[in-house]
Design a protein around this ligand. Structure first.
Ligand SMILES: [Fe+2]
Ligand SMILES: [Fe+2]
Length: 137
């Protein structure tokens, strides 16, 4: 899957979310490319650490926003974040175990799942904000 194909059309209209999604997507793409190229292990480990940390920060930032606005779907959304975070951890474990092919397959799954999450749950939250007159940024 090319970069433009999998991350096209994922704008939610909430600026902070979109900015964070762009960074999240570029970290996933960078990791995919580095592992595919079989480049140096140090750089791969550093990129995975960044992806894990940034994914946690991004999810927390959305969850704080949802709590701030008393979003009714907060719990379900947070649960899905937990599943996605586990998937990112699984990539880390596979790379640490030198299972590069399995890591690449898990990255492909993560891409699909992440896009699906943004297009469904994140967009639903953005739409709910608009419907309720909340100008989330
Ligand atoms: Fe998100
Ligand atoms: Fe989300």
């Amino acid at each position: 899957m090319t970069e433009s194909a999998w991350d096209a059309g994922i704008e939610t209209g909430v600026e902070s979310m979109d900015t964070e999604h762009r960074l999240q997507v570029s970290l996933v793409n960078a990791l995919d490319e580095l592992i595919g190229r079989g480049t140096d292990a140090g750089l791969i480990a550093k990129t995975i650490a960044q992806l894990v940390d940034f994914t946690n920060v991004h999810f927390l930032s959305e969850e704080l926003m949802m709590r701030l606005y008393a979003y009714p779907q907060h719990d379900a959304h947070k649960m899905e974040h937990g599943r996605l975070a586990k998937q990112v951890e699984a990539i880390r474990h596979r790379v640490e175990a030198s299972e590069q092919e399995a890591a690449l397959a898990t990255i492909a799954d993560l891409k699909a799942w992440l896009v699906d999450h943004i297009k469904s749950m994140d967009e639903a939250f953005a739409r709910w904000c608009t419907t309720n007159g909340i100008r989330a940024r």
